[in-house]
Ligand binder design. Structure first.
Ligand SMILES: [Zn+2]
Length: 236
């Protein structure tokens, strides 16, 4: 079933000037809690910002502020080559909070599926290097670095791999520890423990624990793999 797109046009858009779309970029709105309030913000030309669509907790529905043929204004230097979605969420959300919004995650997945199908873009997470270097796929605003505006959304606990699994038509069930296999761990001179983990699909994740610490960087007790940082794709 096609995603219902409620039109709320924003004046904050412009021509791609011939650039081809190669990126889907996910953001958190950091304020607006509904697609309507986000649309209201984007409807003011003084906002000088927009996004193609927004997602909240409504079933199979997004707000559409800019059509994909035009450029939305949300990730600086990458606007010409990107279509973008704002999640009505906060980058500070932990995984439990994200999981309280299954419709929002499903809407995000459905949008990814539709845009990737339209542009022939693979439903794959890009590394920052790939996203900034001409790769075709899905990324978060944080993957675009300084030239993308230097933002950190969608935050460390956004369940990117779960959303991509749903976008591919798979089960929304979160990954379990059995879906991962530790491949390397090393301690440096300062006593920092570095761990690299490979997922079944070949993606490599990284986390570390400072000497004397008991929390994994980017993770939380009891969440194990949930907070790992995307590191790099494994060599094919
Ligand atoms: Zn953003």
């Amino acid at each position: 079933m096609a995603l219902k797109r409620i039109e709320m046009p924003s004046p904050n858009q412009s021509s791609r000037q011939g650039a081809n779309v190669r990126l889907l970029v996910l953001h958190t709105a950091e304020g607006a809690l509904t697609i309507e309030s986000l649309g209201n913000f984007f409807s003011s030309s003084s906002a000088q910002a927009s996004s193609h669509v927004g997602a909240d907790d409504k079933v199979n529905t997004v707000g559409q502020y800019v059509h994909r043929n035009n450029k939305a204004w949300t990730q600086a230097a990458f606007n010409p080559v990107a279509v973008s979605m704002e999640l009505c969420a906060f980058s500070s959300w932990d995984l439990n909070e994200w999981h309280r919004h299954p419709n929002m995650l499903a809407n995000c997945a459905a949008w990814i599926a539709e845009e990737c199908a339209h542009y022939g873009i693979p439903i794959e997470a890009l590394t920052p290097n790939e996203a900034q270097g001409g790769g075709r796929g899905v990324c978060q605003h944080k993957d675009l670095g300084t030239e993308g505006g230097g933002h950190h959304d969608c935050g460390p606990d956004f369940p990117m791999q779960e959303v991509l699994t749903m976008a591919r038509g798979g089960s929304p069930a979160p990954p379990t520890p059995e879906d991962y296999m530790a491949i390397a761990a090393a301690q440096n001179k300062a006593g920092v423990l570095h761990v690299f983990v490979e997922a079944k699909d070949g993606d490599i994740f990284y986390t570390y624990q400072p000497q004397g610490g008991n929390a994994w960087n980017g993770g939380e007790a009891g969440k194990r793999i949930a907070g790992l940082t995307f590191f790099a794709p494994a060599p094919k």
